[in-house]
Design a protein around this ligand. Sequence first.
Ligand code: 13P
Ligand code: SF4
Length: 436
Amino acid sequence: QPGSHRAKTSGLHFRGQAYPFRSIRRLQHDAAAEGLEAFLFFPGRRPDQRPDADGRQICPIPVRREATPRFHHQAFLTPQKRKHFMQEIFTAIEEIRKRLGSRLCIMGHHYESDAVIAHCDFTGDSLELARRIPDVDAEFIVFCGVTFMGETAALLARKGQKVLLPAPDADCRMALMSRASAARAVLTELKERGLDFLPLCYVNTDVPLKAVVGEFGGSVCTSANARVMMQWAFKKSEHVLFLPDMHLGRNTARDLGMNEQSWHVLELDENGIRNPDAQPLDRHLLLWPGYCPVHAAYTPDMIQALRRAHPGCRVTVHPEAAPDVTALCDLAGSTSALIKDAARFAKETDGHSLLVVGTECNLVKRLARRHMNSCTIIPLLDGEDALCPDMAKITPEKLLSSLQSIEDGTYRTVVLNDADREPAKLSLTRMLEACR
Ligand code: 13P
Ligand code: SF4
């Protein structure tokens, strides 16, 4: 229960008992025995929290049980055997794709690994993939991406279509930072204070939250259309609540010419708005204090050091990065904008130029290989920290398990709560209609 079992010190606490971090599973087990989902709280600043995310808010990270890995033994294989094993998996996936034919459509977000992307019928960013769903005829849509993307597909799918997630526990960490009940409490409290806020939520949110947004007259947006959708929202209302990504919200507002005095990052606690009388709630734009741990890890120092080391290099970044970072870059753009920019750069460059791209590493490395004959592309941040740990949960092994479950009839589809379905779909269709 968020709040009531909050960790007061580092380490994990549940029902007053301390658990070392390595015992997350024991904590989960004890919580599950009481019918509870276990939550992790990070009250202090973690390495992925930038100073302006400042650790004020507590980010609940639900701990879900890992899907049982059917191929867990691979960890013990030699590199050669593993290569052979992965080849077998590749072949098995392709055989099932052939057998299922037009009954199956595999979709994948650009942040997935090459080994997963190789099997996808469609790849795209979150807007491109959402737009494609209504035209997909297949009976089964297997969505290689984080949970909210599969849920979006399920909302937009036709009656009778089944959406499967190879890793149902792959929750986007930013999406976990805003919950429907908290958003409703905040919107209601603002209303009671005479402030009618129209909610505009990033697609990186779960279905219950999208339902609250739909119910309060608001819409979804993605990083590719945040500017258009914020303009849409301000045409409808003097006051807009943007959630959950404070960085995307501020970058977009700045892009629209708004200044610091027009917005405020909400301070929240488990009951809603913390100390509301002390906060400037009548600003045009209120921002939920969420962020993406992958993109919020970039710092102005990183950009400055790069520019010193490689004078003349081009630096581009996803708008989930903090505004003090995007301000130092040549372009802040959505995933699709970054891909287009890399293609243009590769075409126009003299062959010796360097492009540094600040987004998820799988994508940046794919761009580097795609354009290796024209230019050099490197990630702004490399290694584990630059990978989205949840996108990475989708592996070829899990994709194969999903496909096998279709063939043997044991598949599990994304199930949506009936009460949330219509208002959540409304918030999505408002976006699709505003951005035709
Ligand atoms: P896009 O909307 O650019 O696909 O981004 C989704 C996402 O999760 C970025 O971190
Ligand atoms: Fe969520 Fe960030 Fe991963 Fe995108 S990169 S899915 S915003 S955690």
